[in-house]
Design a protein around this ligand. Structure first.
Ligand SMILES: O=C(O)CCC(=O)C(=O)O
Length: 255
């Protein structure tokens, strides 16, 4: 049973989730107006209308290889937000552009985000299985790594429930890696929240929060820049594919 607004008779984001305090409690919240209209306009130009349809899988990975997206991920507003949560050592580790259109509409079943991108395959306790996504080596780390990560999903388009908004199961981020049976048990007893957002808003969430995504029934784009940040080194010489730490002075200079 989904949360449905009694007055509107449709799923809606309850206002309590527009509050950073919910991150600890529920595993997510919406940061309103993180990106202003001018930046938004230039990002929309970069996230080309057909980029995702061309890739054919609903998402463009390795986004940090594009300088403008890397600059955004490491811009002062984003780093301030992320470091307010993960501390001053936090760094960007991955970027993906997701889109849904009538040409490229898709859904994702209930899951947790349990893979990270790394440079090299070195066996370490609790790491595996390994996989390749868009030519990049990925591995599932143990829960204690995923618990030190945060995802920031910046909406480039308005995203009401009808436009394929992410659905989440509050509080499920606290239970480590659940596995398929554990996820199904949570889905059967939980009340999903539909994370409606406006263009410029960001959904800030823990990767272990159980989430799903429905197809869009709107004729519009639903572009989301998904950035993952971490604050922990990997063991045994394993390395994050992306890793950069700016000093506080650099951060201030960036405005
Ligand atoms: O963008 C979406 O709707 C789904 C993305 C997703 O499930 C994920 O990032 O794991």
């Amino acid at each position: 049973m989904e949360y449905v607004d009694p007055a509107e008779g449709r799923p809606r984001l309850p206002q309590e989730y527009v509050d950073r305090g919910q991150l600890k409690e529920s595993g997510f919240y919406i940061e309103k107006n993180l990106i202003g209209p001018a930046t938004l306009a230039s990002l929309k130009g970069l996230a080309k209308e057909d980029a995702v349809a061309e890739e054919g899988r609903g998402g463009v990975r390795n986004l940090l290889d594009v300088a403008a997206f890397r600059e955004l991920a490491e811009s002062a507003p984003l780093l301030r937000l992320v470091r307010g949560i993960l501390g001053d050592e936090a760094f960007i580790v991955r970027g993906i552009l997701f889109d849904k259109t009538s040409n490229s509409n898709w859904k994702v079943p209930w899951h947790q985000d349990v893979t990270i991108a790394v440079t090299n395959r070195i066996d370490a306790d609790g790491f595996g299985p390994w996989s390749i996504k868009a030519g990049v080596l990925h591995v599932q780390p143990p829960a204690n790594v995923l618990e030190k990560m945060i995802s920031v999903r910046i909406h480039l388009d308005d995203c009401p429930a009808e436009n394929g908004a992410l659905r989440v199961l509050p509080v499920t981020h606290r239970q480590g890696k659940l596995g398929q049976a554990g996820i199904e048990a949570e889905v059967s007893r939980g009340v999903p929240v539909t994370c409606e957002a406006k263009a410029g808003d960001a959904l800030v969430m823990r990767p272990l929060l159980v989430h799903a995504s429905s197809p869009s029934s709107a004729p519009n784009h639903r572009r989301v820049l998904h950035f993952d940040y971490a604050n922990v080194e990997l063991p045994n010489g394993l390395e994050w594919r992306e890793r950069q730490v700016f000093s506080f002075r650099e951060l201030v200079e960036r405005g």
